[in-house]
Design a protein around this ligand. Sequence first.
Ligand code: GTP
Length: 598
Amino acid sequence: MDPRYIRNFSIIAHIDHGKSTLADRLLEFTGAITSREKRDQFLDSMDLERERGITIKAAAVRLWYRAADGREYLLNLIDTPGHVDFSYEVSRSLAASEGVLLLVDASQGVEAQTLANAYLALENNLEIIPVLNKCDLANADPDKTAEEIREILGLDPSTAIRASAKTGQGIEEILEAIVNRVPPPRGRSTDPLKMLIFDSWFDPYVGTVVMIRVLAGSVHRGQRILLMATGKTYEVYQLGVFNPYATPVESLSAGEVGFLTATIKNLADAMIGDTITDALNPTPTPFPGFKKIKPMVFSGFYPVDPGDYGRLKEALEKLRLNDSSFTYEPETSAALGFGFRLGFLGLLHLEIIKERLEREYELSLLATAPTVVYKVVTTRGEEIWVDNPLKLPPWGKIEHLEEPLVRVEIHTPAEYLGNILSLCEDRRGRQVEIRFFPNQKALIIYEMPLNEILMDFYDQLKSLSRGYASMDYEMLGYRASALLQMDLMVNGEPIDALSVIVHKDKAYRWGRELTERLQKIIPRQMFEVVIQAAIGSRVIARERVAPLRKNVTAKCYGGDITRKRKLLERQKEGKKRMKQIGKIQIPQEAFLAVFGMR
Ligand code: GTP
């Protein structure tokens, strides 16, 4: 295929601005799908995605478009996930494109994710075509939105296309802009093969499927390929494109986008961002920007019904085939029994996996509080990595603890600056820089513990800035920190699954919040229940659940006071016995509620 007539592009947008609807409209307009075939939102293939309205996995679809110049163009629409947890995957999808449609809902204007994505596009030197969507809505204000695009992103507002993915307004203009404004792919078919992996997944019938963008050279069936990150070689078994259904092709050359299957047994070997080359005639340098995805957040998953352990194990094995970015290993808890410790890219990722396990595998699960990976330096100078508070060595053996530190960049309209600065300070941030722009925007840079942004930082940021602030973060490394292990005890017995690692400045607040929550959840019993949060042997917060009192004196109408006292005395004894012999069954909801605390 002559690269002059190929255009590779992505659509980037804030959530709900209409990305999937626009993709459908483009597919329909170019005849890739007929209206009758059209399912709602073709590119979001998983039920879960449709329900949550989030595109999780990137995919690419081929469209043929006869342009106004009379020529037929091959357009590859590369889909991108839309959440910060997946920003690395977005950046790789963008690296496979030459241009983007920057889709902005004209009734909402520029929002957090519009900015974050636009910056990714700028970093990748892509041609940006602003599209003002939802112009059919009565409250759409395309002029104001175009002005925002100029002010905030420095894009020429006259280049913005007014459109409605719902009515089809502007669709042809968008296609013409893709042909005329997005540059054709560079890279020569005669050079050694160089391909970028921008997505991969496991298919039960064909095994690992790898989405590739050919950057140079060409690939054909039967070719011996080398995956540069792992150094492993394979033979190409199948090559194909999605148009939108999977269709085999004999070869793909520089500028083209498609998929391949090879003898790659393990999905984890086909890493997003890796470069594939010819095993016999390799390219000297891989495509830049490859990062090995590492789980950042860990949580223990336990079946509510202990008998489901085997099913959970099976479900994890199957899910892992589909998503190599999470990890799992068995773990046990005195309180929760047998389960697994899972590692995720971020909290959204955690929720997605949990929901899939519950929905697709019909498992009922308890997840323990999410945690980052801490570094423990022992008194003997050893370094231990800990992703679970229960695995901390005894405190006497710990010289100090270190936690992961990130650099956070927040873009916001200046009016929300005050709110955001207090949020960052509250999250143990250290201010690095604040920059102001003429358009009333500010860039705030902080260094912050990863743990603090994992919880609900992103949601808080958005609500404090009415959705306008956007953020991005990168790992800086580890820093020594005054961290403590906090245990929760119920009637003096520590509940291991409720242990957390906290910063000393936050221990009291967390202790209070956790004990208060538990107090509301644990049902009253015949005896008093005492809930305590403790650091070592020091109790820092305490709540009690008052006992249910059998009204034993009800029958003694005001009568003999000594008799009454005797009865109460006996009841007390009963309670004591209960306390000693009775083991409290903490309801499952207690765990759920505590872990739901963000
Ligand atoms: P994510 O996948 O969550 O990122 O969302 P998305 O950007 O793909 O948005 P989606 O296409 O799911 O659209 C969000 C909502 O806006 C849906 O209810 C659409 O029907 C609606 N919508 C999309 N485009 C238009 C439009 O041009 N006009 C109107 N009135 N509604 C639209």
